[in-house]
Ligand binder design. Structure first.
Ligand code: GSH
Length: 215
C-alpha cells in the first residue's frame, strides 16, 4: 500500500502525521509551502480542490478531512488502537475529532487570517479576533472539564489526543492565552513528550529550513 500525507508546517496535518507515526505505518510525507501558495497549484487542486491539508493519498486515491483520515488510519492499523475499541467510545472519539475540526479549528483560522472573514471595515479584524478568542475559551473550558483527572480523552492515547494537541499548539502560536485551562495545558505537555510528536517537530524543522533556503 502506498500512503502519502500532504502536510504544511504548523497546520492540522500534524495530527495524521502523529497517528501514522504512532501506528508505525510506512508513509511518505510531502510538505507544501503555503507561503508560496503551493496548496493552490493546479496539480494539488486536482487532488484536493479545497486547497487544504491534511490530504491522504492511498494508492493514488485522495481522502480529505481530518476525522475521515484518522478513521482510515485507525482501521488500517488496528494494532495501534488509535480509536477506542468499544463502539460507543469510538463514536465519542469521532465526536471529539469532529469538534476539533468544526468547533475549534474555524476560530483558530479566523484569528490566523481575519481578512478571510471580514470586509475590511475599520476595527473589524480586531473584533473578529476578540470574538474568536472568546469562543476558543468557551471550547477550552469544555475540554478542560473533559480532561479533568485524565491523561487522555479516552483510556489511552488515541487520535483525538493528537487532534486536540494541534488545536492547543496553534493557539499558543497565535497568542491565545490558555493558561486558565490547566488540564488542557497538562494534556498538551503530555502529548508533546511523545516520540511521534518529537519526530514531527524534527521533520517540520527540516522542512522549514528547506523552505527558508528556497525563499
Ligand atoms: N476541515 C478540514 C480543515 C483543514 C484546514 O483548514 N487546513 C488548513 C491548514 S490547518 C489549510 O490547509 N489551509 C490552506 C488554505 O485554506 O488554503 C480538516 O479538518 O481536515
Amino acid at each position: 500500500m502506498d500512503i502519502v500525507l500532504y502536510y504544511a508546517p504548523n497546520t492540522c496535518a500534524l495530527a495524521p502525521y502523529v497517528t501514522l507515526t504512532e501506528a508505525n505505518a510506512p508513509f511518505e510525507a510531502r510538505a507544501l509551502n503555503f507561503r508560496k501558495g503551493q496548496q493552490n497549484s493546479a496539480d494539488y487542486l486536482k487532488l484536493n480542490p479545497k486547497h487544504k491539508v491534511p490530504l491522504l493519498v492511498v494508492d493514488g486515491a485522495p481522502l480529505t478531512e481530518s476525522a475521515a483520515i484518522q478513521i482510515w488510519i485507525s482501521r488500517n492499523f488496528p494494532q495501534a488502537k488509535l480509536l477506542p475499541s468499544d463502539p460507543w467510545q469510538e463514536l465519542k472519539a469521532i465526536s471529539v475529532m469532529s469538534w476539533c475540526s468544526s468547533g475549534i479549528h474555524p476560530f483558530l483560522a479566523r484569528i490566523n487570517n481575519p481578512p478571510r472573514v471580514v470586509d475590511g471595515l475599520p476595527g473589524a479584524e480586531a473584533s473578529v479576533v476578540k470574538a474568536a478568542t472568546e469562543m476558543l475559551h468557551e471550547n477550552y473550558k469544555i475540554a478542560d472539564d473533559m480532561l479533568k483527572g485524565r491523561e487522555f480523552f479516552f483510556d489511552h492515547f488515541t487520535a483525538p489526543d493528537a487532534h486536540f494537541f494541534w488545536c492547543m499548539r496553534r493557539s499558543a502560536q497565535l497568542g491565545v492565552d490558555t493558561s486558565s485551562f490547566p488540564n488542557c495545558t497538562a494534556h498538551f505537555e503530555r502529548v508533546k513528550a511523545r516520540p511521534s510528536v518529537q519526530k514531527l517537530f524534527a521533520w517540520e524543522k527540516e522542512v522549514n529550513e528547506e523552505f527558508a533556503k528556497a525563499a
